[in-house]
Design a protein around this ligand. Sequence first.
Ligand code: ATP
Ligand code: MG
Length: 360
Amino acid sequence: MAPTLRSFLGTRAPAAEVTGGAAPGAPDAPHVAAADDRAADDRAAAEERAVAPAPALVVARGLVKRFGRFTAVDGVSFEIARGECFGFLGPNGAGKTSTMRMIACMSPVSGGTLRVLGMDPAIDGTKIRARLGLVPQEDSLDLELTVLDNLVVYARYFDVPRADARRRAADLLEFAQLSERAHDRVEPLSGGMKRRLTIARALMSQPDLMILDEPTTGLDPQARHLLWDRLYRLKQDGVTLVVTTHYMEEAEQLCDRLVIMDHGRIAAHGTPRELVERYVTREVVELRFATAHDQAAALPLGELARRVEVLPDRMLLYADDGEQILAEAERRGWSPVSGLVRRATLEDVFLRLTGRSLVD
Ligand SMILES: Nc1ncnc2c1ncn2[C@@H]1O[C@H](COP(=O)(O)OP(=O)(O)OP(=O)(O)O)[C@@H](O)[C@H]1O
Ligand SMILES: [Mg+2]
C-alpha cells in the first residue's frame, strides 16, 4: 500500500485573499511569440483560460525580470490555483528559472505585479518563503550529512521540534522510497535518489506550494517515472505544484494547466489537451526519406494534410486521420524510408508556435 502524506501534511491554512493585480485581460496582458493572426486570436482565448479556476495562490500580471539591460522575463501573466499542478514548459533560456526565483522570493521583481499566497514578495518575502517548498534546478543537499540528517537539520529552519522532525523525516523517506538509505551519506546516491531527497526535504516544512524547477532533468526514464508517480501522489494529497520542464511528456503527464514559455514570453496557455486541440491536429504522420531530393519530391503530399512541417531529417504532416495519409502516400508511390502515425503532442504545439523544436 502506498504511503499517504495526508496525515503528515496535516490541514493547511486556507489561502489568504489575493489582493492587488489587474483584472484578467487588463492592458498588461502577456507579450506573445506566435507567428500569425489566427494564433493571436487563439492566444487571446488561451489568456482567458489562464485565469485559475479556484482562488489563486500565485497571481502574476505583466511580470518582468531584467538582468542589467537583458530582459529574461518579458511581461508574463498567469494564475496558479490551489491544488493544481501548473507547468512552465520551454527550452533552455526561456526564463523558467528566473520566473520561479521571483515566485520563491529569491530574486526581486523588475516590473509588473506578483502576489504569492496573497502577499507581495517585496514586502513579505520571509513569510512567503516559510510556506513554500523549493526544489531548485541544482540540488543543494548537504553531501556530508546522512540522508536522514539532511531532513532533520533542514527542519530546524522552520522551528519544527526535533521529535516531530524525526517522525516527519521517517514518513517522507518512506514516501521518497529512501528509507533503506536513511543512514547513508548523500554523496554516493544516484541522481534520481538525490532528486527525491530534495523533494522530501522541501516537504519537511509542510508547504502550501511546492516549486519544482526541472525535477527530472538528467534522470533516466525509470527514475523519471518514479518521480512523476511521487509528484502525482503529492497532488492527490492536495499539494499545489509548480513545475518547470523542457520535457513535453512531463508537462503532459503532470500538469493540469501550463504555459509555454519562449524567449521570456508566454506563447500559449491551457491544459495539455486544449493546447494540442487549439494549435495542431489529432495525429501527425512522420515521414523520413533516404535523401533530401526524395523528401522534396514528396512535398505535394502536403496537400493531403492540414499543415506540413519540413524538418532537416523528416517531414511532419498534420491531419486528423494519419493512416489515411500514409496509405495515400504509398498509393502515389512515394516511398519513405520510414513512416509512422502518432498522436500530436505539446512538442508539435511548440513547433507550431515558435518554428523550433523544444529539445535542443
Ligand atoms: N543572474 C543572471 N544574470 C544574467 N543573466 C541571467 C541570470 N540568470 C539568468 N539569466 C539569463 O536569463 C535567461 C533566462 O534564464 P533562465 O535560467 O530563467 O532560463 P530557463 O528557462 O530556466 O533555462 P534552462 O532550461 O536552461 O534552465 C537566459 O538567457 C540566462 O542567461
Ligand atoms: Mg532553468
